[in-house]
Design a protein around this ligand. Sequence first.
Ligand code: CDP
Length: 226
Amino acid sequence: MAIQISVDGYAACGKSTLARGLADKLGFIYIDSGAMYRGITYYFLQQNISFDQVPSMEVMSEIEISFISPPGSHTPDQLLLNGVNINNHLRSQAVNEKVSTIAAMPVVRKYLVALQQNYGQEHNVVMDGRDIGNVVFPNAILKLFLTADIETRVKRRLLDLKSDSDLTYEQVKENLLYRDHIDSTRQDSPLRQSPDAVLIDNTNLTIKEQLEMVYTLALLRLKRLS
Ligand code: CDP
């Protein structure tokens, strides 16, 4: 039976860095569930579909989201939308502004959660997102919930974006807080720490320290299984 580890938490608090690092160390695959919500948002923008209405099943059935791995790697990290690699578009400001609206729609969540669960049935996986421990993999062997103070999160996101963007500190901060608010208050699968998740505030932790801590924890949990 495949093994799942979940990493949930607020926007830009280092979930993907940790989840990817942990997956590499354990030989699991890493799946970025946020990229899937971003992919659907990009589709809506591209097709000029209104964000004010719940999309029909017909619209949803026209969207195919999948991942491919770069050559030599077993971690799928390039997102395909109807067969086209759209990775470069996922972190645009237009997507940032609309993704939480899309992610609050139950029809979208139902569609993507099924896809995410498929990955978790077929592979040992570390998946990051907002509802992974609570909804997607309630039986994950290790659930992590990350947080960091907002100033640190804004600085990290600005570093991620580098010269690809001319967004100001205030604009990035506003978007992170806006998404956290919608993600935490939506009706379907709100962002909440699962009662059995380990809370990590990584404001003052380096990437390496955080990874070592979590890797040790994961090894302990895996040992319990054997
Ligand atoms: O990387 P960052 O923390 O900025 O966000 P992300 O993980 O790429 O997720 C983008 C958005 O997708 C979030 O703000 C949520 O609205 C949504 N999301 C979600 O609702 N459920 C998930 N499992 C993952 C992402």
